[in-house]
Design a protein around this ligand. Structure first.
Ligand code: FES
Length: 166
């Protein structure tokens, strides 16, 4: 249970918000849950809801809305390519398709080794640096800008190498 395992971390998160705005802590708590369970499980949504006195469906709606959170176990690494209009005009869609084709998956799918998920997301506020994506990995989120198929495949190779060396 998050409430027990991370009692002091949760306390620190809650302390950042005035009591009447306690529900604002839902975002960092969901992030904590995702870090703990690998994705936001139904049980985790309930745990977060209980901590904040919210309804589980309210928490679930947030998980569904934000690309930062995912409610299904997918790739350990998530390559989230922005394909919103300004990026699309700079070739983001073709980039995403070519990347997926090289990985043998379709957009939104995960490689058979369970390592990499590629998905399309909305604006990540780096429109002039397209094609770009954010990489969600256990260590955090990192931007990769002005990408080419080659640079992205090199990164994938690097991630695979990292995994095979444990
Ligand atoms: S439209 Fe892609 S980062 Fe803004």
């Amino acid at each position: 249970m998050l409430a027990e395992k991370y009692a002091s971390e949760i306390e620190r998160i809650l302390a950042k918000y005035p009591p009447e705005h306690k529900r604002s802590a839902v975002m960092p708590l969901l992030y904590l849950a995702q870090r703990e369970y690998g994705h936001v499980t139904q049980e985790a949504m309930q745990e977060v809801a209980d901590i904040l006195g919210l309804d589980r469906t309210e928490v679930g709606a947030l998980v569904g809305f934000y690309t930062l959170y995912y409610d299904e176990a997918e790739g350990k690494y998530r390559i989230q390519v922005c394909t919103d209009l300004p990026c699309a005009l700079r070739g983001a869609e073709e980039f995403a398709e070519a990347l997926c084709e090289n990985l043998g998956i379709r957009l939104g799918e995960t490689t058979p080794d369970g390592l990499i998920t590629v998905e399309a997301v909305k604006c990540l506020a780096a429109c002039d640096k397209a094609p770009m994506f954010q990489l969600q990995e256990p260590e955090g989120i990192h931007y990769h800008e002005e990408q080419t198929l080659e640079s992205a495949l090199k990164l994938v190779e690097e991630l695979r190498r990292r995994e095979s060396h444990g």
